[in-house]
Design a protein. Structure first.
Lengths: 252, 297
């Protein structure tokens, strides 16, 4: 039987040599189609521990990522911001194509952790509180940027990035770019295009372009004649001192 | 004087005999209550759906899909390894094997019949797990629909649009592709276990070897990348190559993580993955037959 066993092993080795190029090509094809997105590197072993790493490798990557998210929820309840960030870093490495992980991570860092840092009584100086807040906001932005790199066709992430840039970083140009990019993607909400134009209208020196974009929206029809759009158009018309034929508010 | 009807000529290979062995194997496995694992699966699903209520309903559905498909993959693999590893030793212990092989049944038919029986059991188990998963998904989805209906009672058009979006998010035809890739992986594991059990001295040895192969099979792609990136010594590259050649790359069948988040599987890609699974099964069955044909019983 030993001879037969050796023969069987030889068969497996021979077939292995034949199948390897096919498998390599198939794996590349799977990656190109969006599979095996996670790079389960050996650094994850340190982060997850032996059991978690084995589970992640044996077909339970998404389950481990979900368990980390559940744990993150508890960390949020206990106000452990550092741990929360660590848990989302690991979960997003394991499951980079899960939109909800990027959403949750950026929301917790950008709106909960940053706010908590801003009001943290342990920091005596305002500058310290601002710096801590800024650090969490940067983490939130980092999550969204990595999320966009992993899911480049997901308009929701651009929307979240735009809102973060607008509301937390007070950077209307960056917000306009994010909203504008999101608006071009399939499945994008109609308001992203408007938001992009509204934000651009706040950027000094970009008023002409902003007005042109608002006007293009206005010309789409009455469904676009929303109060904010009309208000911004009126403001820009006055600021740019446009001739009456280019205005929608001709009385001014 | 009565004349006996002539016996039909003995055929070298008979699909009917293979079918009979497969049916018998399936019945035996069912009697061994391997389906009790399904109970565990159900409890896990119900437990996790209760645990997930704190999340928004989109996140809940996402996690429920992840957990269910992950559990199907793990339980399916466990079933494939444990049930197959026990099969040959039990047939020897209960002397069923001798009864079968004493008849003019070629050993190849025995190996093939046993594998088909196991594959049938795996198909049934995965089908039932899938059914349970869809049922829980359906119940949760209906709950969310009811909540939506209560909050949007005045706006029928908005409600209809939201329900349509929700259903499209929750039930996706790709879930079937996920089930097929899990089935392919469990069949590969079952065939590998059958091969190992033809030369193993005990059931524990078989389980140990196949479990090791399971982890190596999942880990080898990462290890190969790591070694390539390290640009290590020639011997380490040779070792990585040897491992890649000898062990199956099981990560290739792990498409469920991405399918659960909505990545579409092109039909051609699914076909190639399933063909690779079939190829693995064929090779392991061939290797099993090579050893089993000369096994002293």
């Amino acid at each position: 039987m030993l001879r037969r066993l050796l023969l069987a092993l030889a068969l497996l080795l021979l077939v292995g040599v034949v199948r390897l190029p096919f498998e390599t090509a198939l794996q590349a094809e799977q990656r190109a189609a969006g599979f095996h997105a996670a790079r389960v590197g050996l650094d994850l072993r340190q982060r997850l521990g032996q059991t978690g790493f084995l589970a992640a490798l044996s077909g339970c990557r998404a389950v481990v990522a979900d368990l980390l998210c559940i744990e993150a929820y508890s960390a949020w309840e206990r106000v452990e911001w550092g741990r929360l960030n660590w848990l989302f870093e690991t979960a997003s490495s394991l499951q980079p194509r899960a939109l909800f992980i990027w959403e949750m991570a950026s929301w917790h860092m950008g709106y909960n952790a940053s706010r908590a840092a801003r009001e943290d009584p342990r920091w005596k100086l305002e500058a310290q509180r601002r710096r801590a807040e800024r650090q969490y906001l940067e983490l939130s932005r980092g999550f969204l940027q990595r999320g966009i790199a992993a899911l480049p066709n997901e308009p929701k992430l651009y929307e979240l990035l735009g809102t973060l840039e607008r509301d937390k970083f007070n950077d209307p140009l960056a917000a306009s770019v994010a909203y504008g990019t999101g608006a071009t993607l399939p499945g994008a909400k109609g308001y992203l295009r408007r938001f992009s134009a509204y934000c651009l209208a706040q950027v000094p020196g970009r008023e002409v372009e902003a007005h042109a974009r608002l006007r293009a929206l206005y010309d789409l029809g009455p469904q676009e004649h929303l109060p904010t759009l009309l208000k911004e158009m009126r403001r820009l018309e006055e600021k740019l001192a446009l001739p009456p034929e280019q205005r929608i508010y001709k009385d001014r | 004087m009565s004349t006996a009807a002539p016996l039909p000529a003995h055929r070298l290979f008979s699909p009917a005999r293979v079918g009979a062995i497969a049916r018998n194997t399936l019945t035996e496995l069912t009697r061994q209550k391997v389906f009790y694992l399904l109970l565990l699966f159900g409890l896990l699903l119900i437990g996790s759906s209760v645990l997930l209520v704190r999340f928004s309903f989109q996140d809940q559905f996402q996690m429920l899909k992840d957990i269910s498909l992950g559990a199907m993959s793990i339980f399916g693999s466990l079933l494939a390894i444990l049930a197959t590893a026990a099969m040959l030793p039990r047939d020897i212990e209960e002397r069923t094997l001798y009864t079968i092989l004493a008849k003019p049944v070629p050993r190849v038919e025995y190996v093939l019949g046993k594998f088909l029986g196991i594959a049938g059991m795996l198909a049934c188990a995965l089908f039932l797990m899938g059914l349970l998963f869809l049922l829980i998904l359906f119940v949760r989805e209906r709950g969310v629909e009811a909540e939506m209906a209560a909050s949007l009672s005045g706006d029928a058009a908005a409600l209809a649009a939201q329900i349509e979006t929700l259903r499209a998010q929750v039930f996706h035809p790709n879930l079937l592709a996920a089930g097929l890739t899990i089935f392919a992986k469990t069949c590969v594991l079952a065939a590998l276990t059958l091969f190992v059990s033809t030369f193993a001295t005990s059931q524990i040895f078989t389980v140990f070897i196949v479990t090791t192969a399971y982890f190596i099979g999942h880990f080898q792609a990462t290890a190969r990348e790591y070694w390539q990136a390290m640009g290590g010594a020639a011997w380490s590259k040779a070792f990585a190559g040897f491992v890649a050649i000898l062990f199956p790359d099981l990560q290739i069948f792990n498409l469920v993580d991405e399918i659960a988040v909505g990545v579409a599987v092109p039909l051609a890609l699914l076909g190639k993955t399933l063909v690779l699974g079939g190829f693995y099964v064929l090779i392991y069955l061939l290797a099993a037959q090579l050893v089993f044909a000369q096994k002293e019983l």
